[in-house]
Design a protein around this ligand. Structure first.
Ligand SMILES: NC(=O)c1ccc[n+]([C@@H]2O[C@H](COP(=O)([O-])OP(=O)(O)OC[C@H]3O[C@@H](n4cnc5c(N)ncnc54)[C@H](O)[C@@H]3O)[C@@H](O)[C@H]2O)c1
Ligand SMILES: [Zn+2]
Ligand SMILES: [Zn+2]
Length: 374
């Protein structure tokens, strides 16, 4: 089988990959398409440090067809089209039971993130799920998945069946950009109609924050990007204003447009200075959501008094998603014409063209680039 490996230095297309035999709760998915997220670039740039020991199969935003199911699988069947989610939550622990599966520490990756943040200890062999085989070893898939491969093995909680009318090239984006971006608004900050939202970074993630703010009924949706070419994308997805932060100071512009600060600001770039600015954009009572992934050791400075009037800084893994609820809801919004998915796909590429996707992403040409593996 063919796939894209991160070998510790670069992304390389490799033949000779395999997948492990199914455990009773697992399914095997033939990947139809996989979106390329900035987090995939961060893998190659080394931003995740030692969190994922190489070599591993890259890719974490995918959709495909179920081609085998384990003996205990009840939620999907052979032939189903599914979105693949990156959280392998257990469904039974206290956080799963209270609707917060992205916090599940029964999941090996969830536990490894929590341990790293508490003790600094990096994951060792066996600490993360490894369901690929390569050169006689079991190897990881990035973020519990590894969808830059022809097939992937995941837990049944990670796949949600969808309407077969949704093309894989659009459906795959639900697997990260859409769940993450919309979840920041729907699940984490819980934006209400009539509120104002500032979105910093108009990439695949930011565009989904923008469209969720529109669906939630936010009346001022202020997109901020230092690339003025992003204005068209931003307005297409629902931004009411655009600030070219390469030209105008963004904090002042946002305060001006929102008459005193926004109810919610969302950082979708991964720069700590922008996170600080996002806090400064808030009105009293406002919530700043961090979606961008900064370097593992980077720090941000915030004057505590900035937060005095009930402002909050919210971390947000994977849109605080509940895949079994959120994925069907997002597909319904798409089929209803309210959630734009096809418009997110700026171009499709072959698996061997990942470098070109990265170059186009860096050049600001893409809402999302998608690997078509069908
Ligand atoms: N929290 C999560 O679970 C989660 C999930 C997926 C992605 N992410 C992270 O979200 C971030 C965005 O991912 P993406 O795929 O949308 O990236 P992208 O490359 O598609 O978009 C980034 C956008 O930020 C803009 N930008 C860059 N520098 C800027 C600056 N200094 N000021 C203003 N705008 C700037 C770019 O022009 C671009 O439009 C990344 O850090 C990624 O790792 C987080
Ligand atoms: Zn992603
Ligand atoms: Zn759990």
């Amino acid at each position: 089988m063919r796939g894209i490996l991160f070998d510790g230095e670069a992304a390389v297309v490799a033949d000779g990959l395999g997948v492990t035999d199914l455990e009773p709760h697992q399914v095997r998915v033939r990947v139809g398409a996989a979106g390329v997220c900035h987090s995939d670039m961060s893998v190659v740039d080394g931003k995740f440090g030692a969190m994922f020991p190489p070599p591993f199969v890259m890719g974490h935003e995918g959709a495909g067809e179920v081609v085998a199911v384990g003996a205990d699988v009840t939620t999907v069947a052979l032939g189903d089209h599914v979105v693949v989610a990156t959280i392998d939550n257990c469904g039974r622990c206290s956080v799963c039971a209270t609707g917060h599966p992205t916090l599940c520490q029964t999941s090996k990756l969830g536990a490894a993130i929590a341990r790293r943040n508490q003790t600094g200890e990096e994951p060792g062999p066996g600490d993360l799920p490894a369901y690929f085989t390569y050169e006689g070893e079991r190897i990881l898939g990035f973020a519990n998945t590894g969808v830059f491969a022809e097939e992937v093995v995941v837990g049944q909680g990670q796949v949600v069946a969808i309407d077969k009318g949704v093309p894989f090239t659009s459906a795959c984006l639900i697997g990260c950009a859409v769940l993450t971006g919309t979840g920041a608004i729907f699940n984490r900050a819980k934006v209400y109609r009539g509120e104002s939202v500032a979105v910093i970074g108009v990439g695949g993630i930011g565009l989904n924050v923008i469209q969720a703010a529109r669906i939630a009924g936010a009346t001022k949706i202020i997109a901020v990007d230092n690339n003025p070419a992003k204005e068209n994308f931003a307005r297409q997805f629902g931004a009411t204003h655009f600030v070219d932060s390469g030209r105008d100071p963004a904090v002042a512009a946002v305060h001006d447009i929102s008459s005193g600060g926004v109810h919610c600001s969302v950082e979708c770039v991964g720069h700590t200075t922008l996170m600080q600015e996002a806090v400064e954009m808030l009105r009293p009572g406002g919530n700043m959501v961090i979606l961008g992934v900064a370097g593992m050791e980077s720090t941000m400075e915030v004057a505590p008094f900035q937060l005095y009037q009930n402002k909050s800084i919210m971390g947000c893994r994977y849109g605080s998603a509940r895949p079994a609820f959120d994925i069907p809801a997002l597909v319904d919004l798409y089929l209803d014409g309210r959630l734009l998915l096809d418009e997110l796909v700026s171009a499709t590429y072959d698996m061997s063209d990942l470098d070109k996707v990265f170059a186009d992403l860096e050049a600001g040409k893409l809402a999302r680039g998608v690997l078509d593996l069908s």
